[in-house]
Design a protein around this ligand. Structure first.
Ligand code: SF4
Ligand code: SF4
Length: 54
């Protein structure tokens, strides 16, 4: 399951756009990853600051 490191996250919303199943929702101060996640890890590779991790 993917987790967000909030010490690194810039809230750029980039990961929201790359998720193929729309599992990522960006709120003001947090990111929610739903059960729809298929663990493809595209968001982990995409995040410019490495804030997405397993
Ligand atoms: S792409 Fe990375 S920095 Fe941008 S909102 Fe997602 S987790 Fe945060
Ligand atoms: S691992 Fe894949 S399916 Fe899961 S949140 Fe990231 S991009 Fe979406």
């Amino acid at each position: 399951m993917v987790r967000v490191d909030y010490d690194k996250c810039l809230y750029c919303a980039g990961c929201v756009g790359v998720c193929p199943v729309d599992a990522i929702t960006l709120y003001e101060t947090r990111i929610e990853i739903s059960d729809e996640c298929i663990n493809c890890q595209i968001c982990i590779k995409f995040c410019p600051v490495g804030a997405m991790e397993e």
